[in-house]
Design a protein around this ligand. Structure first.
Ligand SMILES: Nc1ncnc2c1ncn2[C@@H]1O[C@H](COP(=O)(O)OP(=O)(O)O)[C@@H](O)[C@H]1O
Ligand SMILES: [Mg+2]
Length: 231
């Protein structure tokens, strides 16, 4: 890919500009996800009005999709940390919008009982703020099931992750920004036993994620102990 400009890099994939308003997203390893399944889910979501990039092709490790322009929610957290609570609320609304999309015959891996489409890695680095509003990327974990599991996954990831590239001036403020973000994200979610049951499970999922850093896993264990069901 020497010639194509690299415009994005996550923990699993590299994204190159193809020109003409298109990008190539390429997994670094073949086992990272199934782009055919992701593309099918993305087309379904788009057809139901959810904000997701248009996919042009998907094969092997590669997906060609619409290029999105604008910062991610994480970029905005870094440059305008005082917006953290508003971003947390906006992310919760966006997730609820995805959860309202009907399954309508879409076939996907089933995670749990329930009839919602779950992103299962929705966090501020997977939302791009474009001129047409927020758009959700990175559908590698898409599944069908209980929307509360998806909410608890996102909450856990935001509480426990160490984002790369936090500006040095922001580091002393990181915990306050994180708290504002995560408190706003769950402000309408009752943290009852049903929610706490999912916390235990989503923490186990994250502990098995090869893209999670060791320092993040230590935080996940502490989060499970603080919020999950004992046992
Ligand atoms: N459609 C797109 N248009 C522009 N940039 C994108 C697009 N999709 C992804 N990116 C950029 O590439 C990065 C990695 O893509 P992502 O799908 O999140 O992969 P990963 O699974 O590695 O996190 C994103 O954080 C974003 O900066
Ligand atoms: Mg990503």
């Amino acid at each position: 890919m020497g010639e194509l400009p690299l415009i994005g890099r996550g923990r699993a994939a590299d994204v190159y500009d193809l020109g003409g308003g298109r990008v190539l997203r390429r997994y670094r390893t073949a086992a990272a996800g199934s782009v055919e399944i992701e593309a099918r889910a993305m087309a379904h979501l788009r057809a139901h009005g959810a904000p997701v990039p248009e996919v042009f092709s998907a094969d092997g490790t590669d997906m060609v999709m619409e290029r999105l322009d604008g910062p991610s929610m994480l970029d905005v957290l870094k440059s305008k940390p005082w917006r953290a609570a508003a971003i947390g609320r906006q992310l919760a609304e966006l997730q609820a919008q995805v959860h309202r999309v009907p399954i309508d015959g879409l076939e996907l891996r089933r995670h749990s009982d329930g009839e919602s489409i779950l992103h299962f890695d929705l966090h501020p680095d997977n939302v791009m703020l474009t001129s047409r509003g927020p758009v959700v990327i990175d559908w590698s974990n898409v599944a069908i099931g209980d929307p509360l599991a998806d909410v608890m996954y996102s909450w856990m990831v935001m509480v426990t992750s160490s984002p790369d590239g936090v500006p040095i001036l922001l580091r002393p403020l990181l915990q306050r920004v994180r708290n504002a973000l995560t408190d706003a994200f769950v402000e309408r979610i009752p943290l009852d036993d049903a929610a706490r049951r999912w916390i235990t499970e989503v923490c186990e999922l994250r502990l098995a994620d090869k893209n999670a850093y060791d320092r993040e896993k230590a935080r996940v264990r502490a989060f499970a102990a603080a919020h999950g069901l004992p046992g």
